[in-house]
Design a protein around this ligand. Structure first.
Ligand code: FES
Length: 115
């Protein structure tokens, strides 16, 4: 039996209300996928498509690799925008989806509580 003893922090997706735990050495998106959770749009999972663009509203993340300027400008990065597949949570995080698929989340289509 495998016990995952890595330190973990919680990640909360504002639009959907989803909360899941993220290990310190995995990306926010990897953690969500590992747990079979939803909330952040999933694309290439490698920093190439930009669909997982999020705004870190509360908490801190650390980079797991370069973040493409095609998807996140330097100004956006300093304002807390990043790619969920390229960062790991350092402290508990609350984020908002802001990428290409933000609109359905804003309208509540992805949140069964709004139906
Ligand atoms: S999933 Fe493609 S950039 Fe994150």
């Amino acid at each position: 039996m495998f016990f995952d003893t890595r330190p973990k922090v919680s990640v909360h997706v504002a639009q959907t209300g989803e909360t899941f735990v993220c290990a310190s050495d995995e990306s926010l998106l990897q953690a969500m996928l590992r747990l079979g959770r939803k909330g952040i749009p999933v694309g290439c999972v490698n920093g190439g498509c930009g669909v997982c663009k999020v705004h870190i509203v509360e908490g801190q993340c650390r980079s797991l690799g370069p973040i493409s300027r095609a998807h996140i400008t330097a100004e956006e990065e300093s304002a807390g925008y990043t790619l969920a597949c390229r960062v790991a949570a350092v402290t508990p995080v609350r984020l908002e989806v802001t990428g290409k698929f933000e609109k359905p989340f804003r309208k509540g289509f992805a949140n069964p509580a709004n139906t």
